[in-house]
Design a protein around this ligand. Sequence first.
Ligand code: ZN
Length: 117
Amino acid sequence: MTALTQVMVSTHKDRPQVLVLGERVAPGLVITPGVDGAGRYGGGWLLTHVATGHAVLGCATCLYCARRAAATLIGIDWTRAGADLAGDEQVRAAVQGEAARIVRDCNAWTCEIPDGC
Ligand SMILES: [Zn+2]
């Protein structure tokens, strides 16, 4: 089975979702390329909740940091509905904790990505 899966992602609240290939992280959570409303790549990567197509963290990051941030969120059941996840304090704390710090500290042009990453 490939690590890639098709997923519809939201780009703006008033625009149709865009179909992209995402890299599976956990059931219901994928890494997706950042795209604009026309489906053009933006150069960064996002963690996306599959059921809603919404980005879990607000900002795009480099692929290396997207994978690092995703690893901190593995224990959450991402197959739950978006509203259910949004109302869960433990989910909020996890997303706004280490995962957010990794993304905030990312500088996609200078991140030191280890060999083989
Ligand atoms: Zn980075």
